[in-house]
Design a protein around this ligand. Sequence first.
Ligand SMILES: CC(C)(COP(=O)(O)OP(=O)(O)OC[C@H]1O[C@@H](n2cnc3c(N)ncnc32)[C@H](O)[C@@H]1OP(=O)(O)O)[C@@H](O)C(=O)NCCC(=O)NCCS
Length: 184
Amino acid sequence: MDLVRTQCYCASAMTDLVLTILPETPNDAHAIERLHERTFGPGRFVLSAYRLREHVDHIAELSFTAWIGTLLVGSVRQLPVLIGDTPALLLGPLTVEPPFRSRGVGRLLLERAITDARAQGHKLIVLVGDEPYYSRAGFKKIPKGRVTMPGPVDYGRLLVLELVDAAFEGVDGPIRPDWSRARA
Ligand SMILES: CC(C)(COP(=O)(O)OP(=O)(O)OC[C@H]1O[C@@H](n2cnc3c(N)ncnc32)[C@H](O)[C@@H]1OP(=O)(O)O)[C@@H](O)C(=O)NCCC(=O)NCCS
């Protein structure tokens, strides 16, 4: 493990596992893709969030992997989007290997993604996910009709987290890739 990959925190009160949380690197791509395939199957590509991801790379320094030794057990990614004209992050997928679920891995990945996004000056995170899970980290449902996404999406699962007080006030419109950071 090289020096860049030593940014982590290990064993926490939130989990009984000895976990290492690291920023994602290009070497992780294959293992993460297999995790996504196992978790979401081929149907994932038609989902709205995946359509956005086709155009913009996730931000490596705001995307994290969870490890037990050399075994990758979880991943979370964030990519840059605009809501109307307001910059935001789209969080997801957040995925944990089935045998390691309900041990706090997802919570730790989520908290690291949020903490680092805030530290880097981001103001809003949006995601499509289950409100009962993400509300523990402060995410709230976006009122229907205020924000749209490309492709099929269950608007009851569209959530937002304000990293700065009132950052979502007056924000509306389509969620689209932030082309200023799009792939060439
Ligand atoms: C959702 C997911 C990432 C959670 O990871 P995890 O490591 O199991 O989560 P944690 O250990 O931090 O939290 C577990 C708790 O969350 C609850 N939970 C897990 N998924 C939930 C969901 N979809 N809705 C509500 N609660 C949920 C568990 O019941 C457990 O509750 P408890 O603490 O009261 O026992 C994981 O279950 C997963 O990979 N699921 C499949 C992919 C997915 O749906 N990802 C999210 C959408 S992108």
